[in-house]
Design a protein around this ligand. Structure first.
Ligand code: GTP
Ligand code: MG
Ligand code: NA
Length: 344
């Protein structure tokens, strides 16, 4: 496909890991929201998406980058996934969509079954990732330094708290080695191409949040420039099929590349064959708001990837999540697209 050389799209980041390691809480901290508190049983059961705009990235990393950061991406699109063992399919869907990932590990628990499952999904797709070593505030006698960069807060800890952190960290390094993975604290990483960066964090105190955002963006900009070049050809995946009261049927999609427009004809896979329909409305949540949480949507005449979008259209009841959405342009052959979408 044709590329506009200098234009970068939003990188798509997937958050993965064992249940209750703090994936949603990390996003809540970054967004300043309380999505996790509203989840049934505190368990995530759907894939979500949140757009973090450039301005928010700059604001949340200010203490770390001292205003000297060359931020070239328009923002980040972050996909939250469930960690509960029964949602392997949703983790797989999330990881298949993303450019890179955050693997969240609870420092009190180390590697757990779905940590290893997630790790293997990422490795099989060769998806670059960073590790958030979360819940550092749970070290005995931890001194909370709200929203501080990791190294700063570590240097301000009492000796015994820092020692407990180091002991737990050392154990987890060995657990990763047992999985065949070299890991290192990101500021001590001897070779970022062979050692995965670890970022110690607390989703409750915000410690390490600047570090995680900056490390992710740097990884995209330095190592994935080619992959996140914006491409005009539409590349779009259905995340969820939903009914919205008063609006009819809708699908939540991730538009990776290209542009969608109101009124366009789209083709998606359905349980009983392909579905051809018209885009009635294109909606997104507000920036820094979760797509899976009901809120006030922004209406768009057209919208460009990467973005999480709610598409309202008739006849989507039987659309199949996890498949591609295609746009039927006047010069396209509808039958061909209907076949293509079913072969997905
Ligand atoms: P699933 O989506 O269900 O897999 O869980 P999750 O990984 O999204 O974890 P979640 O955000 O639901 O957090 C699980 C529990 O851990 C909640 O009670 C959080 O308040 C708590 N928690 C998350 N992060 C931290 C942290 O950094 N420190 C402490 N002390 N508690 C945390
Ligand atoms: Mg969650
Ligand atoms: Na949870």
């Amino acid at each position: 496909a044709k590329r506009s050389p200098s234009k970068l799209r939003c990188p798509i980041i997937c958050i993965m890991g064992h249940v209750d390691t703090g994936k949603t809480k990390i996003l809540d901290n970054i967004r300043r929201t309380n999505v996790q508190d509203g989840e049934a049983g505190g368990i995530t059961q759907q894939i979500g998406a949140t757009f973090i705009p450039k301005e928010s990235l700059l604001e949340r990393t200010a203490q770390l980058n001292k205003g000297e950061w060359d931020l070239r991406v328009p923002g980040l699109l972050v996909i939250d996934t469930p960690g509960h063992e029964s949602f392997t399919n949703l983790r797989s869907r999330g990881s298949s969509l993303c450019d890179l990932a955050i693997l969240v590990v609870d420092i009190m628990h180390g590697l757990e079954p779905q940590t290893i499952e997630s790790l293997n999904m990422l490795r099989s797709r060769k998806t670059p990732f960073v590790i958030a070593l979360n819940k550092i505030d749970r070290m005995y006698d931890w001194t909370e330094n709200t929203n501080f960069p990791t190294q700063e807060t570590l240097s301000l800890q009492k000796d015994h708290a820092r020692r407990e952190f180091q002991d737990r960290y050392d154990k987890i390094v060995i657990e990763f080695a047992e999985q065949g993975l070299n890991v290192a604290k990101y500021w001590e990483n001897p070779d970022p191409r062979t050692f995965i960066n670890i970022i110690p964090t607390s989703a409750i105190t915000g410690e390490g949040m600047p570090d995680i955002l900056q490390t992710l963006v740097d990884l995209c900009q330095n190592r994935m420039n080619e992959r996140i070049q914006y491409v005009p050809a539409v590349q779009c995946t259905v995340l969820e099929v939903k009914m919205i009261e008063g609006l009819g049927t809708s699908v939540d999609v991730i538009l990776i590349n290209g542009k969608l427009k109101e009124g366009q004809t789209i083709v998606v896979a359905g349980l009983e064959g392909a579905i051809t329909t018209q885009i009635r409305a294109l909606l997104t949540p507000q920036p820094m708001r979760e797509m899976r949480v009901k809120g006030s949507y922004i209406h768009h005449k057209e919208i460009e990837g990467a973005q999480g979008i709610k598409i309202v259209a008739t006849g989507l009841e039987k659309a199949v999540a996890g498949t591609s959405l295609l746009v039927l342009d006047p010069e396209d052959d509808e039958m061909e697209l209907r076949e293509e979408v079913l072969s997905d």
